[in-house]
Design a protein around this ligand. Structure first.
Ligand code: SF4
Ligand code: SF4
Length: 384
């Protein structure tokens, strides 16, 4: 294919990507050699926690051509996901509600993005067939990826000009913030490259580092997965270390704090994508209602949602922690006590923690009330 045809194809790809609902697409090569030492240091420090697959795949994450031999270019795409009524503050402020990371309120993004990337690949394939006058393998091997393979998607997106990696380690875009999904289409076409963003624009800001409830951003650009609430509530399949439980508040699936505080998210657009609209029973849900779900109800309510993949026991574990961090009402205490017999051992241990925490809080509150009453009685004015 001639350079002019490739340049035209790259322009067409950008147009088609927009038509398919992507907010941006950039084209980069497969060279991530500069990222390898950083990845190795992160793995050596154990920041991946129990995500063994990260270590297992080693440097393959930085070598897309190992995933699909013959790959010459990566088309990096992004799609905004913020719902119109995100309700961040209203949910985080109310400890009786469960906070679910905003990306997980609607349909599983893996399915949405992979499907669109596949459509984009097929469109490129058809155009290549026209250009080459052939229908057999006109564009060579290509494959879409959305979190489904060991691939360093953020550095690739940065190289493709979609933004820069912020101090919270997520990709930031100057006109869209960070509330978007990323995906990749690996292709074997020598398309012209897009330029990376010239420099990162975090500057002296450290807001995300300071706001993180668990101190997970241990240095600029370095997130210790083992401390991150997203990891603790989603990837981690064991008990949540006790030191982090009180810090989690009502976050039952993921955490958005470092993104919420980020000044660049002032520019984040809401997504018109109906698949990302919040499901009513997951948007500002009362914790006590979620706690009442049987396993069958959990499976039914989370069908097609990314939440389903953590399974019922992790879901209950997270809920028990959030209930323990909420108000010590008789209704909550009774619901936890009722669920204790027969609970799976990990969940049972979290229920015990929640009950002990609530009982302590109740005692403290009673003590405070008694003290207040004594003070009032001692200093009662004559007319009271
Ligand atoms: S997602 Fe939450 S816990 Fe994880 S780094 Fe960001 S603020 Fe910290
Ligand atoms: S909060 Fe500040 S430091 Fe953190 S990613 Fe945003 S701009 Fe960068």
């Amino acid at each position: 294919m001639m350079a002019a045809e490739l340049a035209q194809l790259a322009q067409d790809i950008k147009l088609w990507a927009r038509e398919l609902g992507f907010d941006q697409v950039g084209i980069t090569d497969t060279d991530l050699a500069l990222e390898e030492p950083r990845l190795q240091a992160w793995l050596d420090a154990g920041h991946h926690g129990t995500m063994d697959y990260m270590a297992r795949h080693g440097m393959m994450r930085a070598r897309p051509f190992d995933l699909l031999p013959g790959t010459l270019r990566v088309l990096s795409v992004r799609m905004n996901y913020l719902p119109f009524e995100a309700g961040f503050a209203a949910t985080l402020r109310d400890p009786t509600l469960g906070y679910i990371s905003r990306y997980a309120l609607g349909r599983d993004y893996h399915k949405v993005l992979r499907n669109r990337l596949k459509q984009l690949g097929e469109r490129i394939e058809r155009r290549c067939a026209e250009l080459f006058h052939t229908t057999t393998d006109p564009m060579g091997e290509w494959r879409p990826f959305v979190d489904s393979a060991p691939i360093l998607e953020r550095p690739l997106a940065a190289k493709a000009g979609l933004g820069w990696v912020g101090k919270h380690s997520l990709l930031l875009n100057e006109s869209a913030g960070s509330f978007f999904f990323l995906g990749e289409l690996l292709v074997s076409l020598p398309l012209p490259l897009d330029a990376p963003v010239e420099k990162e624009q975090c500057g002296k800001c450290v807001a995300c580092i300071n706001i993180c409830p668990t101190g997970a951003i241990v240095a600029p650009y370095v997130v210790d997965g083992r401390r991150c609430i997203s990891y603790l509530t989603i990837e981690n399949d064991g008990p949540i270390p006790e030191e982090f439980r009180p810090l989690m508040g009502n976050r039952i699936y993921g955490c958005d704090d470092c993104q919420l505080i980020c000044p660049w998210n002032r520019y984040a657009d809401a997504s018109p994508e109906p698949d990302f609209s919040p499901r009513p029973n997951l948007h500002r849900p009362p914790l006590i209602d979620l706690w009442g779900w049987s396993e069958n109800e959990f499976l039914k309510h989370t069908e097609g949602s990314p939440i389903r993949r953590i399974g019922y026991q992790r879901w209950r574990r997270n809920l028990a922690v959030a209930l323990g961090n909420g108000p010590a009402t008789p209704e909550v205490m009774a619901a936890l006590q009722q669920a204790r017999p027969g609970a799976e051992p990990m969940v049972a241990e979290h229920i015990d923690w929640a009950l002990a925490t609530l009982a302590r809080r109740q005692q403290d509150e009673n003590k405070k009330t008694r003290l207040l009453i004594r003070c009032i009685e001692k200093g009662l004015p004559d007319h009271a």
